[in-house]
Structures are given as structure tokens and as C-alpha cells.
Ligand binder design. Structure first.
Ligand SMILES: Cc1ncc(COP(=O)(O)O)c(C=O)c1O
Length: 404
């Protein structure tokens, strides 16, 4: 087939012409999807090994989630929080129960959940801990990714994310990820929270040393500091457990959730914490027009119910072992490092061979979609509905690409 009878090149050109270039997408133009498979405008099929950066943990168009969305679209879609709607309490209660927390505060995007967590921690610091007014600080980690707002990029260590967006929001102390001594030393009497990803996703699925998260939990308890776990990408089944913190038996004071909570249908994020923390917010102090809207709640209730069965966490744990075995077999054959937790993998490609971007382009040509991050690293995060055969297909396709 030649270019002018394919729809993809024109669609790529149009997208580039009419949008700001704040992303560098692979040149594929998707028009439909089901489960773990995507189809482009030319009818080519791809195995989805990114799953919308984990927003599609349950696959594309999961029947239970689509049915909930359809039913809700036919009844009620938006009220704002000026009124209460009939999906709201069920969503908050069921999510609070899943998290083992008293309360839930729904928002829309991940960055909003992070902003909410920061605001709540600061207010808690002043009102409950007794921090000097205006002096609250939050300890964060090098290599973090928590979103794109001006406050959040203020403590990013990625120059692309941060440069030229100042003046920056003060009140954050950055320490090396995985270094408990450095984190402990950074805590002072004005520290209100430690904000961490239990596994750093954007950084390349970086798993901290065993004992780090329990150590953070302990020091936070001892020093009267909130432990905020950003589980926006790592949570909700991705790592073979409901939360990545579960692997080390750690319970943070606050969970930040997003991505998969919306079932790949609507943006839904949330903060879950106990009443002594979230209770600091009073009417007028925080909010969002769309946060906790009826459509979002109807879909997210079903997401929580899918997770409550434990089936997706089990699949992720079991299939993750197959993925690990396959990928570890490629170390020395084009890969120089592999990190796997559940169905989530960071792969370091030998930089002498090709960049992560080139590897993803070659995977896409062969019908597997994944995304590079930071030079020679690729992240795999397939939908948790992927089958054993499809995992094998992803691994053999990667092996072909690495073999050149
Ligand atoms: C750990 C983490 N926190 C926050 C965010 C921001 O989420 P959103 O893009 O929905 O604002 C992301 C997005 O990748 C993330 O991975």
C-alpha cells in the first residue's frame, strides 16, 4: 500500500498542524479498541502494552464499565457539588472501604489529586500539628512525577518538565529516592508530609529497596508527618496488589488515586484519608465543578467493584511472573536491565543498540504499542485483561526488535 491510500499519514499531519506540540506521540492513529487490542484508521491492529499509562487497567471498553456509563448517560451526568446526586455516597463509601480509610475527596485528574493532597497536608500541618504559619514543607523524591501544574513542576527534577515555568512554589525539599537516611535528615519541625510514588512509574518503573517504604512509614509516624502515597499510576491492581504499598504491608496516611479509577472512560481521581486529615477542609476551601460528577461516580463504583473481587490483582501478579520470565530472558540480548512488579515493567535497552523511542517505533511497526521514557528505557503496562499468549507475543516481538 502507498501513503496516499493510507489514512494514517494525513491524520498524523493534521494532528501536528492543529495542536501544541506538548507530546511526541508515535505516528499511529487509533480509531477503535477492545480489551487489550487497538485498531488504527487503516485497520491495522496493535497489542496495547501501555494501557493509557495504566488508566486502562481493565482493558478498553470493559463491558461492566461501559454498561454503567451508558446507563448513567441516560439518567444524569452532572450536578456540580452544589447538590448531592444518587451515585455520590456509594462511590465515596465503596472507595473508602477499598482503601481502608474514613473519607474520600473526589477530583478529576491525577494532578488535581496531588494538589489536593498538598493543600490538605499544609492545612493539617497548621491546624493539627501546629507548624509555624507559612513555613510548612513537604519532602519529595528525586525523579518524581506527580503531574504538570505549576506547584507540582516546582519540585520536579526533570528539567524538561520544570524549566521556564517559574517562579516556583516554595515549600518542598527534594531527597534521593530510596535513601531513608536522606529522607529522615530532611524532616524538620515544619515538615507536614512526605510525598512519594511507592514505585516511580515515569522514571522507568523504579522500585525502591526493600524496607524503604516501611522505613518511611515509621519515620513519618515518629515525627508526626503525613505519609502521602501517590498511587495514581502504581495503584488499583497494576502491581499485582490493590496498592503498590501493599507489597510491603505499608498503609500511608493518604492515598492519591487517579488513572484506572475512571475505567478508561472518564477522568476520575480521588484522595482517600482518615477524618483527622481530610476533615481539615471546610466548605469553600477546596473543590471542582466536575469532581465527583454522576457519570464519573457511576463508572468508578464499578471500577471499585471489579477491584473488590481481587481478580485483577491476581491476574496482574500471576501474569506478571510470565512477563518477568520473558523479559529477564532478554537481558544480555539487547536489554541491560529489567524491573518488573506485577504487569508493570521498566526495560533498559542497551543504548549502543537503539534509543527507547526507536525501539517503540519498531515495536509499533510490528503491532505492539509501548512508550519510551528517559532515553533508553521503555515501560510496559498492558491492560490487566491481557492473556498469556498476548504476553508471549509482546515478548517475542520485543526480542525480534532487539535482534534487529
Ligand atoms: C504517579 C503520578 N502522579 C500523578 C500523575 C498525573 O496524573 P494526570 O496526568 O491525570 O494529571 C501521573 C501521570 O502520569 C502519575 O504517574
Amino acid at each position: 500500500m502507498v501513503d496516499d491510500i493510507l489514512r494514517t499519514p494525513g491524520a498524523v499531519r493534521d494532528a501536528e498542524r492543529w495542536t501544541a506540540h506538548n507530546y511526541h506521540p508515535l505516528p499511529v492513529v487509533i480509531s477503535s479498541a477492545e480489551g487489550a487490542w487497538l485498531t488504527d484508521v487503516d485497520g491495522k491492529r496493535y497489542l496495547d502494552c501501555l494501557a493509557g499509562y495504566s488508566a486502562l487497567n481493565f482493558g478498553h471498553r470493559h463491558p461492566q464499565l461501559i454498561a454503567a456509563a451508558h446507563a448513567q448517560l441516560d439518567r444524569l451526568t452532572l450536578t456540580s457539588r452544589a447538590f448531592i446526586h444518587d451515585q455520590f455516597a456509594d462511590f465515596c463509601r465503596e472507595l473508602a472501604e477499598l482503601c481502608g480509610k474514613d473519607l474520600v475527596l473526589p477530583m478529576n485528574t491525577g494532578a488535581e489529586a496531588v494538589e489536593t493532597g498538598i493543600k490538605v497536608a499544609r492545612k493539617w500541618g497548621y491546624q493539627v500539628k501546629g507548624v509555624t504559619p507559612g513555613q510548612a514543607n513537604i519532602v519529595v523524591a528525586e525523579g518524581n512525577f506527580h503531574g504538570r501544574t505549576t506547584t507540582i513542576v516546582s519540585f520536579s527534577t526533570d528539567e524538561d518538565a520544570r524549566a521556564d515555568f517559574g517562579p516556583y512554589t516554595p515549600g518542598f525539599t527534594v531527597v534521593p529516592y530510596g535513601d531513608l537516611d536522606a529522607l529522615t535528615a530532611a524532616i524538620d519541625e515544619n515538615t507536614v508530609a512526605v510525598l512519594l510514588e511507592p514505585i516511580q512509574g515515569e522514571q522507568g518503573v523504579v522500585v525502591p529497596p526493600e524496607g524503604y517504604l516501611p522505613g518511611v512509614r515509621q519515620v513519618c509516624t515518629e515525627r508526626d508527618v503525613l505519609f502521602i502515597a501517590d498511587e495514581i499510576q502504581s495503584g488499583l491492581g497494576r502491581t499485582g496488589a490493590t496498592f503498590a504499598c501493599d507489597h510491603e504491608g505499608v498503609v500511608p496516611d493518604m492515598y492519591l488515586l487517579g488513572k484506572a479509577l475512571g475505567g478508561g472512560i472518564v477522568p476520575v481521581s480521588a484522595v482517600a484519608a482518615n477524618a483527622d486529615v481530610l476533615g481539615v477542609l471546610k466548605p469553600g476551601q477546596h473543590g471542582s465543578t466536575f469532581g465527583g460528577n454522576p457519570l464519573a461516580c457511576a463508572v468508578a463504583i464499578e471500577v471499585v467493584r471489579l477491584l473488590a473481587t481481587g481478580e485483577f490483582q491476581r491476574r496482574s501478579a500471576e501474569l506478571g511472573e510470565r512477563l518477568r520470565a520473558g523479559l529477564e530472558g532478554l537481558v544480555g540480548k539487547g536489554l541491560v536491565g529489567v524491573r518488573v512488579r506485577g504487569l508493570w515493567a521498566g526495560l533498559d535497552i542497551d543504548p549502543a543498540l537503539m534509543s527507547g523511542r526507536e525501539a517503540c517505533e519498531r515495536l509499533a511497526e510490528r503491532g505492539v504499542l509501548a512508550k519510551d521514557t528517559h532515553g533508553s528505557t521503555i515501560r510496559l503496562a498492558p491492560p490487566l485483561v491481557i492473556t498469556e499468549e498476548e504476553i508471549d507475543l509482546a515478548v517475542t516481538t520485543l526480542a525480534e526488535v532487539l535482534a534487529g
